[in-house]
Ligand binder design. Sequence first.
Ligand SMILES: CC(C)(COP(=O)(O)OP(=O)(O)OC[C@H]1O[C@@H](n2cnc3c(N)ncnc32)[C@H](O)[C@@H]1OP(=O)(O)O)[C@@H](O)C(=O)NCCC(=O)NCCS
Length: 222
Amino acid sequence: MAKAGAGIPKRIKATEETPPQAVGCTSFGRQLPKLGRCKQRGTNPNLGIVLKDGRIATVSFLSRKDSALELRRYINSLIAENVYLVHDKKYSLKEQKEWKRNSLHAMGKGGYYHIVARVDGKIAGTTDARRGRLKERNNVSLGLAIAKPYRGVGLGEAMLRLDIETARKLLKPKNIWLSVFAPNKPARALYKKLGFREFAVFPKWMLHKGKYVDSVCLILKR
Ligand SMILES: CC(C)(COP(=O)(O)OP(=O)(O)OC[C@H]1O[C@@H](n2cnc3c(N)ncnc32)[C@H](O)[C@@H]1OP(=O)(O)O)[C@@H](O)C(=O)NCCC(=O)NCCS
């Protein structure tokens, strides 16, 4: 289990080393990150993903260097698009700064991390993992979103694979799970492809575009 006081993980660098066969896949470089070293706070490990269209995404843990303004632009673009995410109200800069502060604080404590992918320096996608509370602590839930201009070229799949691998290393979960809006076909196809299976449905749970839709819980098969 990640120790309390655990900090930002170790350096990983793989962009230049990414082998050609890693198209649409993550390359983990030398090693995956480790929590547990507060003194490493401030380092921002990178690894590279070669996308199906040849672009390179660089991936790193959320850090103080990520600007709230840019994070806000990214999340607000998804909200404006009204994708199948729980957020429905655009973030103000103040709220985004607060989100960043809280997220970095939670990452420092362990039990949570947030990963940011960039293409040509712009935020292209994010993924995260969160430990449950108390007796649910060994159940880790994942989140994933890719900005519109970067979809369909393997980034979502690579990010989710990376998230699963990272969660296993850092959080040592008993269960890895996530929830998805029932009509979200691309996400459901991706989760199925990576080995998630349905284990619960919350009927008419999410209010999306004025209609209630089911929320489906999926668990990763071992
Ligand atoms: C769902 C999402 C993460 C997929 O990311 P992506 O980068 O476009 O997906 P990839 O290019 O890596 O595709 C991986 C797999 O996802 C599935 N997929 C992706 N787009 C799809 C589409 N339009 N229709 C059906 N399946 C699709 C396929 O199984 C695909 O595998 P394949 O290429 O072998 O067919 C992305 O569409 C997204 O962020 N949407 C908005 C936010 C969201 O819905 N997040 C998930 C919340 S639970």
